[in-house]
Design a protein around this ligand. Structure first.
Ligand SMILES: [Mg+2]
Length: 410
């Protein structure tokens, strides 16, 4: 039923759209779309787009319920028969087909993002060009990757029984930072909205002075440990009110952090801009925004220093590049959010290679020992950097045996 509905809608909307170019038949048409979910530290949602000659493009959508249904029931009937190298036109076609049902934000945009990445991979393979070349060429051969570190739950799972309470102490964070730096990363990030062992009224987002001091001691311990070996950032996950965020930022100003991420809830740009005017830290936000329109006020109001679009969520590769280009008009930088598999990570690396104002992209799977096994060939991340692949499309090949071995089966 959904398939009929989507097909009818597409026909209704596009039958008279006479500006659509005719297919010349030189490129094999799209024949199928599908998804497979890998059971990683998040449910990594791989999206595939197949062409008539058997070439398969691979993308990744942000982990979210409903992606499979949108891709197979709504977007498949819209894209089958289309020319896969028309990535930008098909992006608008997908957005129009989901108009009113999530093409501006949320799971609709997430599903579109996964398909868009797969289309770029497919287009690159059909044209025998890397994505960075299709985007206009690369500005750097490799991109910096920063390590998301945990000294909380992730360490608890591997800690000896009875050691759990110590994992939220500053010394545990310093130890985790040292491990990441020893692995070659020269930028690390920690969650700072972590339990201190005290009972709090968290819903108010107000934290008292002892709680602020707990966070300051974590920052002090980590920065003391790594010194000049690595930049240190902290993530606050939208958990603080403006007055508490201001007090916390002031407390950690002396430690010269790379950035402070998401101190306030994500919806109110005015509140973020006001915080930026009041504190002397580098502020970052963006992983909960969608599309270039979702970033427009953050740029125009210069509400933060760094923007963190998530490629498999925000709209995909080209949308992220457009956000970076828009940010560049105010000399803001992009530091893309990423919790994905190698597919999402390399897709993000291609964008990072092609825009001037890229700083680093996130790597969030240090606790998944088989992350590198999902692709054939050499390790992707070496000494905290990814050499941007030169092969066609994303320039990586999924190891489908490894994908199957780790497939999430409901
Ligand atoms: Mg974050």
């Amino acid at each position: 039923m959904y398939e009929d509905f989507a097909s009818n809608l597409a026909v209704t909307m596009w039958a008279d759209f006479d500006e659509t170019p005719d297919r010349d038949g030189s490129t094999p048409e799209i024949t199928d779309l599908d998804t497979v979910v890998i059971d990683g530290n998040f449910p990594w949602t791989i999206v595939t787009v197949e062409a008539a000659d058997g070439t398969v493009g691979v993308g990744e959508a942000y982990p979210s319920p409903g992606v499979h249904e949108i891709v197979t029931d709504y977007l498949r009937p819209v894209l089958v028969g289309e020319t896969p190298t028309d990535v930008e036109r098909l992006y608008y076609l997908m957005r129009e087909s989901l108009s009113g049902r999530g093409s501006q934000w949320g799971v609709g945009t997430i599903a579109i993002s996964g398909v868009e990445i797969a289309l770029w991979d497919l287009a690159g393979k059909l044209l025998d060009q890397p994505i960075w070349q299709l985007l206009g060429g690369k500005m750097r051969d490799s991109v910096q990757v920063y390590a998301d570190c945990h000294a909380g739950e992730a360490m608890v799972s591997s800690a000896e029984e009875g050691q759990e309470e110590s994992t939220y102490e500053p010394e545990a964070y310093a130890q985790a930072a040292r491990m990441a730096v020893d692995d070659g990363f020269d930028a690390v990030k920690f969650d700072l909205d972590v339990p201190s062992g005290r009972t709090l009224n968290r819903k108010s987002r107000h934290f008292d002075s002892p709680e602020i001091e707990h966070k300051r001691r974590i920052v002090e311990a980590v920065t003391d440990e790594v010194g000049d070996d690595a930049e240190v950032a902290v993530d606050l996950h939208w958990n603080f009110s403006p007055e508490t965020a201001e007090r916390l930022c002031r407390a950690i100003e002396p430690y010269d952090l790379a950035w402070v991420e998401d101190p306030l809830p994500p919806e109110n740009t005015d509140a973020m801009r006001e915080l930026k005017r009041r504190v002397d830290v580098t502020l970052l936000t963006g992983e909960n925004r969608y599309g270039r329109h979702g970033f427009r006020d953050l740029v125009e109001e210069q509400a933060v220093d760094f923007l963190a679009p998530d490629v498999p969520k925000v709209g995909g590769i080209a949308e992220t590049k457009k956000i970076a280009d828009m940010a560049e008009t105010y000399y803001q930088a992009v530091v893309p959010h990423n919790i994905g598999s190698p597919v999402a990570t390399v897709a993000t690396a291609h964008v990072g290679a092609t825009v001037p104002n890229f700083v680093a992209l996130e790597y969030h799977a240090r606790e998944v020992p088989w992350w590198e096994d999902l692709v054939t060939g050499d390790d992707l991340i070496v000494d905290g950097r990814i050499e941007v692949p030169d092969g066609p499309g994303l320039g990586i090949e999924l190891d489908w045996d490894a994908v199957e071995a780790h497939e999430k089966v409901d």
